[in-house]
Design a protein around this ligand. Structure first.
Ligand code: TXA
Ligand code: MG
Length: 338
C-alpha cells in the first residue's frame, strides 16, 4: 500500500475533531479512542473505505468488522426487523436500550444497507455504540456508521493509547485522534442474538451477568475456546493480541522464573512476595494491579512496553480461573498460544 502521512490530532481540540470528520467523510482512515480500545475507523457503508481498513491492518478478509453508531436509534436500520426474525430483532433492541452506550457489541441479522465486506459475507452484522465522548461526537457529526476494528496491525495487541496505535499503524493511516488512555482497556463483549439462545462470541468488558439481567438464557464460553455455535466469530480463529516477542508463555507459578532471563508480567501481590523473598530483580518486570478492572486497563499497554524492550521470552503469570476474569484470561490464552 502507498505510505500515508499520519496526522496527530487531539480529542480536546474542536478544530482537530472537525479535521477527523473531514478525513473520514473523504473516505480516509482515522484511529479513534473508545472506552474499550482504540478503533481504526472509516465510513462503514462505503465498500472502498472499509477495504482500506483491511489493507492497513493486514487483516484477513474473512474477519468481519463492527459498525459503530451514535445511538441505538441509528443501529436499528442496520438490522432487519420483524419480517426476518422478530425474536432476534427484539433481543437486539432490548440489549441496545439497556446497555448502550457501552462496551457491548450486538450481532443480529443484517439489512441491505450493510455491504458484504463489513460482514465478510455473513448474514449478520455486529454493531455497537461506544461510551466515549470524542468518538460519539465524530460519528454523530459524520451522520453515518463507522466501521472500526481495533487500531492495531492484525494479530498484535489492541492499542489503549494513541502512542500504541502508532506503534503498528504509523504511516499506514491518515490520522490518530488522541483521547488519552482507554477506560476499560479490553475489547467489547460480542453477543449473537440470532440463535435459539443468545451466545457470547467474545467475552469482553461487559460482564456476562450484566447481559443475563436482560437476556436470562444467554450462554458464555470457556476462555480461549472457539464459540460453540460453529461459524460464530471468525476473528477468534486467528492468533490475536500477541506482542512481538518470540516466545510468550503463561505460567501458574512465577517464582522459579524470578531470577531467569525472560521478562515477567506479574500481579502486584506476587511481585511484592517475590521481591520480599528474593530481593529486587534486575531484568524486566511489569506489574499489574490485583483487581480485574485495573489489570484489564493496564494489560495491553504493559505488553507494548514489554515488546519495546525486546526480551527473548515473556512469562505471563496466570490469573484466577473465575468468571470475573474470563475476558482477561481469554486474551492471555490467545496471546500465548501460537
Ligand atoms: O471494543 C471493541 O469491540 C473494539 C472497539 C474499537 O470497538 N473493536 C474491536 O474490533 O475489537 P475487532 O475487529 O478487533 O474485533 C471484533 C470482533 C472479531 O472477533 C470479529 O470476528 C467479531 O467481532 N465480529 C465482527 N462482526 C461479526 C459478525 N458479523 N459476526 C460474528 N462476529 C463478528
Ligand atoms: Mg482486534
Amino acid at each position: 500500500m502507498t505510505p500515508r502521512k499520519t496526522q496527530r490530532l487531539h480529542g480536546s481540540s474542536s478544530h482537530d475533531v472537525e479535521e477527523a470528520v473531514r478525513i473520514l467523510r473523504d473516505g480516509g482512515l482515522v484511529a479513534l479512542p473508545t472506552e474499550t480500545v482504540y478503533g481504526l475507523a472509516a465510513r462503514g457503508l462505503d465498500e472502498r473505505a472499509v477495504r482500506s481498513i483491511f489493507e492497513a491492518k493486514g487483516r484477513p478478509q474473512d474477519n468481519p468488522v463492527i459498525l459503530h453508531v451514535a445511538s441505538a436509534h441509528d443501529a436499528l436500520p442496520l438490522w432487519t426487523g420483524a419480517t426476518d426474525d422478530a425474536r432476534a430483532f427484539e433481543r437486539a433492541s432490548r440489549l441496545a436500550e439497556a446497555l448502550w452506550p457501552g462496551p457491548l457489541t450486538i450481532v443480529s441479522h443484517r439489512s441491505a444497507l450493510v455491504p458484504d465486506v463489513v460482514t465478510a459475507g455473513l448474514p449478520k452484522v455486529a454493531v455497537r455504540v461506544p461510551a466515549h465522548e470524542v468518538f460519539v461526537r465524530i460519528v454523530g457529526a459524520l451522520g453515518e456508521p463507522l466501521a472500526a476494528p481495533s487500531a492495531n496491525a492484525s494479530g498484535r495487541p489492541s492499542p489503549t493509547s494513541a502512542a500504541d496505535v502508532l506503534e503498528s499503524l504509523d504511516g499506514r493511516i491518515d490520522a490518530v485522534v488522541d483521547g488519552g488512555p482507554c477506560r476499560f482497556g479490553i475489547e467489547s463483549t460480542v453477543v449473537d442474538v440470532t440463535g435459539a439462545v443468545p451466545v457470547i462470541l467474545r467475552p469482553g468488558a461487559t460482564r456476562l451477568e450484566e447481559i443475563r439481567a436482560f437476556l436470562p438464557d444467554v450462554t458464555g464460553r470457556a476462555p480461549g475456546q472457539a464459540a460453540h455455535t460453529g461459524d460464530a466469530s471468525p476473528g477468534l480463529r486467528h492468533r490475536h493480541y500477541a506482542p512481538a516477542i518470540a516466545a510468550v508463555e503463561l505460567v501458574d507459578d512465577a517464582s522459579p522464573h524470578w531470577t531467569g532471563p525472560g521478562a515477567l508480567l506479574l500481579r502486584e501481590t506476587t511481585a511484592r512476595r517475590l521481591e520480599g523473598a528474593h530481593g529486587p530483580r534486575a531484568a524486566l518486570v511489569e506489574v499489574l494491579p490485583d483487581d480485574v478492572a485495573g489489570y484489564a486497563r493496564g494489560l495491553y499497554a504493559a505488553l507494548y512496553r514489554l515488546e519495546r524492550a525486546h526480551p527473548p521470552r515473556l512469562l505471563v503469570e496466570d490469573v484466577p480461573h473465575e468468571g470475573a476474569w474470563a475476558a482477561v484470561r481469554d486474551r492471555l490464552l490467545r496471546a500465548t498460544s501460537s
